[in-house]
Design a protein around this ligand. Structure first.
Ligand code: ZN
Length: 171
């Protein structure tokens, strides 16, 4: 699964596909065009330190960073469930960090959340970059609604859903 079309999450995918040609690449339909073209739009900063980083990046890279583009095999619109042996994997859209951010729930145990949640600073889960920050809380509600035990963020260490909810009483 490709969680979203940002260069720091997709740089090796073309090489991985070459090494494992039977592997299917899953991504949200909205991100597929940028993944194919190898375009990584730079997101807006959401915090005091990330706003100038975003501004500077946009000046230097003209709002977009390039990577090796690749084809998406399965485009998810909003929600897709697949069965792998006895384990169900559910892909679901969590717009906010990008319009087509995608998460995957693996059984009842885990959600791979991409950049919809960060965990670089202890107890802080808010992404420092997001195109639609107004949707982040709704994205978190969707992740929490899965009831999965552990959440694996795009950056930083995994944490339990209970820890996530306890630190974010507002959602
Ligand atoms: Zn990102």
């Amino acid at each position: 699964m490709v969680t979203h079309a940002h260069y720091d999450h997709v740089g090796s995918i073309k090489a991985l596909k070459r090494a494992f040609p039977d592997a299917l690449i899953v991504a949200h339909k909205i991100e597929a065009g940028n993944l194919r073209a190898g375009l990584s739009p730079l997101p807006r900063g959401t915090m005091w330190f990330s706003r100038p980083i975003s501004w500077l990046g946009c000046q230097i890279f003209h709002h977009c960073v390039r990577f090796d583009g690749f084809e998406v095999d399965i485009e998810v619109e909003d929600n897709l469930k697949m069965q792998f042996g006895s384990t169900e994997i559910e892909f679901f859209c969590t717009s906010g960090h990008t319009a087509g951010s995608l998460c995957a729930r693996v059984g009842e145990q885990a959600v791979f959340a991409g950049d919809s949640v960060f965990h670089v600073l202890p107890g802080c889960f808010y992404p420092p970059f997001a195109d639609f920050p107004e949707y982040i809380v709704a994205a978190w509600q969707r992740i929490a609604a899965t009831g999965a035990g552990m959440i694996y963020p795009g950056h930083g260490r995994p944490f339990s859903l209970n820890n996530f909810i306890a630190n974010n009483g507002r959602f």
